[in-house]
Design a binder for this molecule. Sequence first.
Ligand code: ATP
Length: 447
Amino acid sequence: MNEENRDLMDKIISLAKRRGFIFPSSEIYGGFSSSYDYGPLGVELKNNIKRLWWKEMLNYHDNIVGIDSAILMSPKVWQASGHLSAGFADSLVECSKCHHRFREDVVQNNRCPDCGGELMPPRKFNLMMKTFVGPVEDEASITYLRAETCQGIYLNYENVLNSMRLKIPFGIAQIGKSFRNEINPGNFTYRTREFEQMEMQFFVRPEEAEKWFQYWVEQRLNWYINLGIKKENLRIHQQTKDELAHYARAACDIEYKFPFGWKEIEGIHNRGDWDLSNHSRYSGHELVYFDEKTKEKFTPYIIETSAGADRGALVFLIDAYEEVKGGRTQTTEAKKEVEIVLKFHPLVAPIKVAVFPLLKNKEELVNLAKEIYQNLKKHFMAQYDEIDSIGRRYRRQDEIGTPYCVTVDFQSLEDKTVTVRDRDSLKQERVPIDNLTSYLKERVNFE
Ligand code: ATP
């Protein structure tokens, strides 16, 4: 990462902490490596992303249902899935001098990135997080925190199929935490050991797998674009045979141009019949599909879309970040400074609307502004602010990406209208108070 990009990341990380998006975990104890907590705005941002993804899958596509399966599963699941074998292990190299460990693919020229010492030969390091269930910590009680959410979907394939009377092609979606003992977590929340995934498994006829694979690559790319991520910061990387994961027949990564380089944010995989066949074999329970019409019995192929909610939140945060030198809001103090605006798509923005009285010492203005705020907060995430000049209040909202600010002024007392200021165009429009909820709903709501 060059200095400019490092500086940009530092500014985003600092904004994230200062404005309540993302905090380092266990800070009062000196921190805990690569763990992060989402603050009041961060949790809204991430929840919005998860809700938008869920809605996209279940409401805007046909034949997709959701589940929420357990994190702890039978350890046999991970044998069948291949996660306990070499397929889910990274090559690890250790420095002979400082004993720091690195993923082999991130080091160059056989020298330790930290101290320059010589690296020892690589060995395999399994990424599963081991734990024990019950009071006795012996071999028999070992299990694992799930490394991907999709296994819970495969295990419930038959339950879902039968209970929902689904016809192929159909999908099962799930959002939840996954855990991987990453050797080199880093780049803020990009790579952590605990993270949330949004995965959808689409069960198809084998002969239609290629068609659906292409379909989902396009759908998923467009999802990011439709929610405001700049096209030029996204690209599709088609994996080569050498790059393919142990289960995949074909795979495309959606990559984002982070300040630290082009990196994967979502994978779309043609998993073939790997999962259902392996679970059938290991469990002795046949997981197949019976077509009532054609009387055929077959193992469906699976097209998977696998996105990270944390990587997603980071992408939306970075892509929204803009600095405006010289003051876009034209206040005297702003002219000297750099203003930050997060240009979130309104659906993604954590706070949808802020309400201000023009002056905080005019009771009628304050009362009306508070009444409007109380009303709006039933419908949207809203904030009330009466501190400092209006210009400063706008700047505070721009910095967290609030798309609309409502100001109650003297005219409001007379004609029951308020000004609504648009974050991006900076235009102000007078809107009757009675129409405010519907005005905003049209612009920022999920429904
Ligand atoms: P990478 O190559 O970055 O390790 P991967 O190819 O192993 O990722 P998948 O197994 O395809 O990732 O997981 C799907 C998605 O889950 C990724 O695109 C990413 O968004 C998210 N993800 C995977 N590992 C992590 C992690 N350690 N931290 C945060 N998100 C992750």
